[in-house]
Design a protein around this ligand. Structure first.
Ligand SMILES: NC(=O)c1ccc[n+]([C@@H]2O[C@H](COP(=O)([O-])OP(=O)(O)OC[C@H]3O[C@@H](n4cnc5c(N)ncnc54)[C@H](OP(=O)(O)O)[C@@H]3O)[C@@H](O)[C@H]2O)c1
Length: 260
């Protein structure tokens, strides 16, 4: 039976991935801060008795490591998905946004590292024993491909996730563990439901999860979903800075929480 550990499982992409993998018969380890929401999710999944819940903050690395160790002790892990993440508008000129930058980088980048770390030694042993479907899955964003105005923290954090996962992928190349970078475009989740601007190619979370699950199973190194956003992402990379700056200077900004 496949064993899948997912952070950010109480909502959106993480919850949709939980539904997807549980539907395939997997045993899950589900991480998020809201215990009640995790319990509701588990109750609605096939074989609820198979799934373990870990109500914790991914910025508490000791708690995250203890959860990983508990899940490993119960039978190891085949797929680890770091989906916990936050998105908030920021402007560097506001001193109070410094703490938002810190929270966003901690949750989106450093907690991704802390999610993977406790699994690697055991997964290496599983690979040496002949297992071939071992995956560490980072969740980046199309927002990490070029810096979006008003989203310096989020864009910067997701660019870091893309580069970090690439480093890890090459480091682990000979180990038998595959590192998969999933790059969502706009997916219909509570994170995007607050946006008051047009979101091209917006995709329902269950469809996204099926496509991401297939990319993970293939061992794809880097997958933008939906594919139309993959084309946009490639074009964005090609734009010279002067043209990018002109085109994006009036792009809509994600709201800042802090005032000033
Ligand atoms: N939706 C999109 O269009 C989109 C696009 C690109 C990338 N992404 C990325 O996809 C991932 C999931 O986003 P989503 O759209 O599913 O957002 P979401 O619906 O807001 O879900 C975020 C999840 O992260 C968890 N989380 C946040 N901070 C946490 C913390 N400190 N400790 C533990 N869990 C934490 C939340 O659980 P609790 O609140 O219960 O802790 C929740 O389960 C994020 O990394 C996001 O950046 C999303």
């Amino acid at each position: 039976m496949q064993r899948v550990f997912i952070t950010g499982a109480s909502s959106g992409i993480g919850a949709a991935l939980a539904q997807y993998y549980a539907g395939q018969g997997a045993a899950l380890g589900l991480v998020a801060r809201r215990q009640d929401v995790l319990e509701q999710l588990r109750a609605g999944l096939p074989h609820p008795e198979r799934h373990r819940l870990y109500a914790l903050d991914v910025n508490d690395h000791a708690a995250l490591t203890a959860a990983a160790e508990d899940f490993i002790a119960a039978g190891g892990a085949d797929v680890v998905v770091a989906s916990a993440g936050i998105s908030q508008g920021t402007l560097t000129e506001h001193a109070e946004d410094q703490q938002v930058f810190e929270q966003v980088f901690a949750t989106n980048v450093l907690a991704t590292v802390a999610t993977f770390t406790p699994f690697i030694a055991t997964m290496k042993r599983q690979a040496q024993a002949g297992q071939r479907d071992l995956r560490l899955v980072g969740v980046a964003s199309v927002a990490g491909i070029r810096g979006l105005p008003g989203a310096g923290a989020y864009s910067g954090s997701k660019a870091a996730v893309i580069s970090y996962c690439e480093s890890l992928r090459v480091e682990l190349r000979a180990s038998g563990i595959k590192v998969v970078t999933i790059v969502p475009g706009y997916i219909d989740t509570p994170m995007t439901q607050v946006n008051h601007y047009k979101m091209p190619f917006l995709m329902p979370a269950p469809r996204f999860a099926a496509k991401a699950g297939a990319a993970v199973a293939r061992g794809s190194s880097y997958q933008v979903i939906p594919w139309q956003m993959g084309v946009v992402a490639k074009l964005l990379r090609l734009l010279p800075n002067w043209l990018y700056d002109l085109a994006f200077s009036k792009a809509p900004h994600k709201a800042r929480k802090t005032k000033g």
